[in-house]
Structure formats: structure tokens, C-alpha cells
Design a protein around this ligand. Structure first.
Ligand code: SF4
Ligand code: SF4
Length: 342
């Protein structure tokens, strides 16, 4: 059984202060030594989506680490899709706009996958994923704290600590490889050539020829099987299926990172607030689907996601055909990255 520390959410309470007390009283940072380089992995959120972790919580975490004499820094990886966080420079600006700056937090923000956004090394992982590319930066850290905003996700139903590490601690090519586990179906007979999918794709992958959607041979491999096309297609010509396959590979990527940094060197924090319909990667949060639950802290990445899902009720996230979010934790336990019992 794993330990998960928890502060229930109270609107009339100093949650930032309670969070700090929980970190100190738990003793969970005792394993972090003076001068350790501590990567705090967060999702900085797409520009203008306010439903990311509030910077004040990171400020408190950073101040406790600085008091211990460590060198904490914030980090995240650039995106595969062409939004504001596609380039390293864009990512740094985005982090700044959302309050994740040295001035606000007391720790600098460093882009994990480098200025070229592809500085990674290959790590073998279990089939069917087989291999992931991990940013070089993660070879250099002593400890990692995974700070995750708990929210819904259009493909994986839920995003917590497992998702934050699996998709957020790999380079672009592994993000693409994982997304391709979702099955993309196109029924040409239903296509009326309306152009909507062509207009929505920021990678300009689809084109329309003879009144039908086509993908050029050169660009076909670049399609990440995202919900973009399906969401705008009014005829039902495009469907995504087998979403659970993506959920199942997430723990495999987590195991890959554990093999680099060391499972014992990673702590997770789940921020169960602003629990919205969509991931922080979208430019809007969607509606609030669950009232705030609280803040969770654990050395077990499976137990912490399970604890949140139990409190929030996993059915909250199974909307619009989204899969069972617990697949992530079940598969995680199967391969030994953590325990469901806490
Ligand atoms: S699913 Fe559509 S929007 Fe998404 S990458 Fe592929 S072509 Fe582009
Ligand atoms: S959005 Fe649907 S109907 Fe329109 S071009 Fe694309 S596949 Fe065809």
C-alpha cells in the first residue's frame, strides 16, 4: 500500500498555506539533498487558457526547496502541434505570460527539449511502444517533482501525474508516436469536401481533391490523430476509436523516464482544482466538470492518480465517448510503476 498525503479543498481556507504545511509535515522532501538539481515538471498551459496550476503553489514549493539549499527549476517540453508552445522561445514566453517566471516563482523556467526542440536520447521501453525519446536535460537532474493539474482530456479522458510525465517528458517524435496509437478512421463516401478539416489542421496535412479529403504522401506520417478533424467534420466521415490504446502506452513511457531518473527520485503532486473538461493544452478550458477536490502528494505516481480519480469519481471524465481514465493506473500497476492501493 502506498502513502498519499492529502489536503481537502476548502473555499474558505488558506489552501496555499495548507499545501506548504503538507509538504513539510509529510517529510517527503527529506530525500532531496542540498545542491540537488530538482526539476519541477509542470504543464504551463496553452496561452490564454487560465485553467493551469496556480503559480502561488509552485512558489511555495520552490521556497521550501530553496530553504533546503537545492537548485529547483521549472520545466516542460515543447508541443508537437503548432500552437504557442511549439518552439522553445514560444514556450518560455507562454510560461512567463502564465506567471511561471523567476520573478514570480523564485526559480527559472528551462525548456526541457532545448532550443531546437528535439534534443533527446533514445530509451528502450516495453512493447508496443518500444522506444521513447527523452530530453537530454532529464539525464542531468537529481530529483524530479511532477506537479500536475488534474483535468479532463479529449483522448485519454483524464490528465494527472501519469499523463504529465508520459506525454510531457518526451520529445516531439515520441508525442507523435504515442498519439498514433489512437485509431483514425476516414470514410471517403461520407466526405462532402467541405474544407473544414483542411482549415482546422495547423500542420496543413489534409487537402481537398475532386471534392474529397486527401492526405499527401509526404505529410501523411505527420498526422497525430488528434480530435481536430473529427470535431469539425459534420458528416461523420472522420472518427477516432480505440482511445484506450493511447492510455495503455502512457505508463510505458513513465517507466522509461523512471529508468533514467530513478523511481525513488520522483515525487508527484496532483492539484485537484479547476477540474475542467479539456486539457491545459487547449486554448480554452471548457466547462468545470467537478468541484475542487484538494491537493495530493505522493512518491507513488499510480496511487496519486488513483486517489484523485476516487475522489473526483472516474465517471466524471467518461463524457463524449471518452475512455475509462483508470486504464492508466491499472496498466501502471501491471508494469510496476506504482500501486493502486493507497
Ligand atoms: S487529425 Fe486532422 S487536425 Fe489532427 S494532425 Fe491529423 S490532419 Fe491535422
Ligand atoms: S471535414 Fe469531413 S466532410 Fe469536410 S472535407 Fe473533411 S472529411 Fe470531408
Amino acid at each position: 500500500m502506498s502513502k498519499v498525503y492529502f489536503v481537502p479543498w476548502r473555499e474558505d481556507s488558506d489552501m496555499v498555506g495548507k499545501f506548504r504545511k503538507m509538504i513539510i509535515k509529510s517529510g517527503i522532501l527529506d530525500n532531496i539533498n542540498k545542491e540537488d538539481r530538482v526539476a519541477i515538471k509542470l504543464h504551463v498551459g496553452e496561452y490564454k487558457n487560465p485553467a493551469h496550476v496556480h503559480p502561488l503553489y509552485l512558489k511555495e514549493l520552490v521556497s521550501t526547496l530553496v530553504e533546503k539549499g537545492c537548485e529547483p527549476f521549472l520545466t516542460d517540453t515543447t508541443t508537437y502541434y503548432c500552437g504557442n508552445r511549439f518552439s522553445a522561445v514560444g514556450m518560455i514566453k507562454n510560461a512567463f505570460y502564465h506567471g511561471f517566471s523567476l520573478a514570480n516563482i523564485g526559480a527559472p523556467f528551462i525548456v526541457a527539449d532545448g532550443l531546437g526542440s528535439d534534443e533527446g536520447f533514445s530509451v528502450k521501453v516495453r512493447a508496443p511502444l518500444n522506444e521513447i525519446s527523452i530530453p537530454n536535460l532529464f539525464k542531468e537532474v537529481d530529483k524530479m517533482i511532477v506537479f500536475s493539474h488534474c483535468k479532463g482530456h479529449a483522448l485519454t479522458a483524464f490528465g494527472g501525474s501519469i499523463k504529465n510525465v508520459a506525454m510531457g517528458c518526451v520529445t516531439k517524435k515520441s508525442k507523435l508516436a504515442m498519439h498514433k496509437f489512437v485509431n483514425f478512421c476516414y470514410d471517403e463516401d461520407l466526405c462532402d469536401g467541405c474544407d473544414a478539416c483542411k482549415d482546422v489542421c495547423d500542420r496543413e496535412i489534409p487537402t481537398i481533391k475532386n471534392g474529397k479529403r486527401v492526405l499527401s504522401l509526404e505529410k501523411r506520417e505527420d498526422c497525430m490523430h488528434c480530435p481536430g478533424c473529427m470535431d469539425v467534420c459534420k458528416t461523420g466521415a472522420i472518427k477516432l476509436s480505440e482511445l484506450e490504446k493511447l492510455e495503455k502506452v502512457l505508463p510505458l513511457a513513465v517507466e522509461g523516464l523512471f529508468n533514467v531518473i530513478g523511481k525513488e527520485n520522483i515525487i508527484s503532486i496532483n492539484w485537484g482544482a479547476n477540474i475542467v473538461e479539456y486539457c491545459d493544452c487547449m486554448p480554452f478550458p471548457g466547462k468545470v466538470i467537478r468541484k475542487n477536490t484538494g491537493i495530493y502528494l505522493s512518491e507513488d505516481i499510480v496511487a496519486i492518480d488513483k486517489a484523485f480519480l476516487d475522489d473526483a469519481n472516474k465517471n466524471t471524465f467518461m463524457i463524449d465517448g471518452r475512455p475509462d481514465p483508470e486504464i492508466q493506473t491499472i496498466e501502471g500497476e501491471k508494469i510496476g510503476i506504482g500501486k493502486m492501493e493507497y
